[in-house]
Design a protein. Structure first.
Lengths: 110, 207
């Protein structure tokens, strides 16, 4: 398993939560949006099990809503626990990113 | 091959790959993927013509059905629950207790130890985790501590151990003591979070 793919996998749940921060979205919409971010997702299909798990963990809730153009859609909405998890991650991520950047920049200097 | 056949083939492969998942999990996965394909086709415009190429792209972007099923299996398996750990401890301790108590000659204690061991076996049975090789494997392995128990009780009543020549008895005793230990270690090893061995979807910090 390559390192970059593993890192990507580690942050993916939080990217999903971040996308739900301001609005609820249905599965296809979420998956397509994530898939269009460069190098974020290799197989779009693997996002659905992730969504199911976020729901089991109580970080998102789902509801069925009618669609004008076809069968009903399952919408995902972030919960208070999901927001808290996202908040913690954003803080940790900012710190980690700065620390790593600092080390990488230091290594570049002669 | 028509577009519908292409989709049906893809969903069939996903269904086959996900057969080890619990039924509700599998049903939801099938539903979501089928919904995704339907949405993509509806968004993709007119069927026929360039449609087949577009559909192939949709399926390619979804990825190999086996990868999706693997991600679902990985997402389901979290940390080993208290149930699994307790079951393994009982399997281990029950067997060893049986050996010790049997040598002391407390018949009632032996029965108790076997009861402890059986509890462990039943808990393992009840565990929702799917052990590789199904339930037959832990039960096959679980029969080992039972042999320790019976050999322990045998030693007190008629000193069966002495009836064996030493060159056979000593390795046998070593095996009988080591087997439950090895089985317990192996079970705990198997119970490690799946994501570490087969990274699928990372475990999110439980809140």
């Amino acid at each position: 398993m390559n390192q970059v793919a593993q890192m990507r996998r580690g942050v993916l749940p939080y990217c999903v939560l971040a996308m739900l921060r301001h609005t609820e979205r249905y599965g296809f919409e979420l998956v397509r949006a994530l898939g269009s971010v460069d190098g974020m997702v290799t197989g779009e299909g693997t996002i659905y099990p992730l969504l199911a798990r976020l729901r089991r963990q109580g970080l998102v809730v789902t509801s069925w809503q009618e669609s004008a153009s076809g069968p009903p859609r399952r919408y995902y909405r972030i919960t208070a626990a999901g927001r808290a998890a996202l908040g913690d991650f954003m803080q940790a991520w900012a710190q980690l990113r700065d620390s790593v950047d600092e080390l990488l920049d230091a290594e570049e200097a002669p | 091959m028509t577009d519908d056949e292409l989709v049906a083939g893809y969903l069939r492969r996903l269904k086959r790959a996900s057969r080890t998942l619990p039924r509700p999990v599998r049903r939801e996965l099938m539903q979501e993927i089928a919904g995704h394909i339907a949405e993509a086709r509806a968004a993709g415009g007119e069927p026929g013509g360039d449609g087949s190429a577009a559909l192939r792209t949709v399926l390619e972007q979804l990825g190999d059905p086996r990868d999706i099923a693997r991600a679902a299996a990985g997402a389901r398996a979290g940390r080993p629950g208290g149930l699994e750990i307790t079951a393994v401890v009982l399997l281990l301790v029950g067997g060893l207790l049986g050996l010790a108590v049997g040598n002391l000659g407390f018949g009632a204690g032996l029965v108790g130890a076997i009861a402890v061991w059986l509890t462990g076996a039943v808990m393992l049975w009840a565990s929702p985790r799917v052990w590789p090789g199904g339930l037959a494997l832990p039960f096959l392995l679980a029969s080992q501590p039972a042999q320790v128990c019976s050999s322990g009780s045998g030693a007190t009543t008629s000193c069966t151990g002495w009836a064996l020549p030493l060159w056979l008895g000593i390795p046998l005793a070593v095996v009988l003591v080591a087997a439950p230990l090895v089985v317990a270690i192996w079970l705990v090893h198997r119970a490690r979070p799946r994501d570490q061995r087969d990274p699928a979807v990372p475990e999110l910090a439980a809140r």
